[in-house]
Design a protein around this ligand. Sequence first.
Ligand code: DAH
Length: 343
Amino acid sequence: MDTIETVKQQGLSAIEQANDLDALNQVRITYLGKKGPVQDLMKIMKDLSAEEKPKFGAAVNDCKKALAAAIEAKQATLKDAALNVKLESEKIDLTLDGYHPHNGSVNPIQLIIEALEDCFVGLGYTIAEGPEVELDYWNFERANIPHDHPARDMQDTFFIDVNRLLRSHTTSIQMRVLDEYSADLPVKLLCPGKVYRRDSDATHSHQFTQCEGLVVGKNITLADLKGTLQFMVDAIFGKGRTIRFRPSYFPFTEPSVEVDMTCHNCNGKGCALCKGTGWIEILGSGMVHPHVFEMAGIDPNIYSGFAFGVGIERLAMLKYGINDIRDFYTNDLRFLEAFKRFN
Ligand code: DAH
């Protein structure tokens, strides 16, 4: 009987010491296996008296059960511990910020073009485009700027050969569409696009962006032009800016006007931005010159029209407070990311 107790105690302490599932399994094989001490005890049975046998048998059985129960209990503890180690090592911190795809942003030039398109498409205008490599004919001749005209000096550009150049204004698109729509009037068109000039400083670039507007119909007047431009200024800068016309000169319009809007910085009182005048120049425009109509085969006695040409960068600089035109083109993320639309 003492031997049974000894086997039980040794077994229990071996179970106690097993600190992983493999070791525990080994203990089970050692103690409860066919060649183990419990089985050896069974072998003693046959030498015992009939009286002793049942008692001894019951005690061995108890010992066997006790060891099996202890193994089972330990197994459960070890499995729990193993699971905890695994959970601990695979722990996820749900409060950590995830990975975000890097969304690009829209260049402010594009933002202004889209704002203009929204505004004018809402007024029933159609968007038209034209080639950047343009014929001298459409860029100058048809805009009433013949070869010897001094107005060419202000728009010196990059010539591909004597007849072809990088267009110096979107007015070249205006001239093309006038031809195209001459038999299909009235017409309202908006023509955005890149233009080129021999220019370079903080507010001028060799390549920049313009948007041309053109309306041709019967009884179109300067008042229509003014109402339309006020509507545009409201749409781009918000309500509260007044515009004014200043007499000017463009070969393709008569009369021609320079359009100013009240300075958004000082509300028209006068500040450094508007050089004390309270006004900021925003674009050139006028009534389409009769000669331009005639060249397009349109009778200026029947039809009239207005046109305007606005610098997109200029509008963006005024709207967003940008000081250097080169910021639009140098792809500095610190600049571009200020114009994120979707985040
Ligand atoms: N083409 C002119 C420029 O680039 C801008 C302009 C002025 C366009 C008057 C027009 C206009 O259509 O009517 O300086």
